[in-house]
Every structure is written in C-alpha cells, then in structure tokens.
Write a protein that binds this ligand. Structure first.
Ligand SMILES: [Zn+2]
Length: 64
C-alpha cells in the first residue's frame, strides 16, 4: 500500500464524517424513537422529550 492510497483513504474517511455530521438525527438520542417531521420542518420525538434543532445535535452533544 502506497502513501498515496493511505492519503486518499484518510481524505475519504474525513469526507464521510463531515457528511454524517451535517445530517439531521434520525432517531431520538434518549429513547431511540424515530423522529417525525413537524409542520414547521423541525424533527421531534413522539415521546415529547426531544426536538431538532431545538434540543441540539446529538453528535455535537457527545452522543452517537
Ligand atoms: Zn425521545
């Protein structure tokens, strides 16, 4: 394996991380319930304990 191959793998890995970090969460970080979309475009947990972006990004909070 060459340095060029290693470098391209590292760049690809970073691109994937940035892509996923920019995605809204799919499920409630508290109970794992799939989030539903409200009329204003926000995402919310039907259990009422989490809303995105109101309650922030779970990735940024250190979870997931
Ligand atoms: Zn929840």
């Amino acid at each position: 394996m060459s340095w060029e191959q290693l470098r391209s793998i590292a760049l690809q890995d970073r691109a994937y991380r940035e892509f996923w970090a920019s995605q809204p969460p799919q499920a409630c970080p508290n109970d794992g319930t799939p989030l539903e979309q409200g009329p204003d475009g926000s995402l919310f947990c039907r259990m009422g304990d989490y809303s995105y972006p109101r309650d922030g990004d779970p990735a940024a909070m250190g979870g997931m």
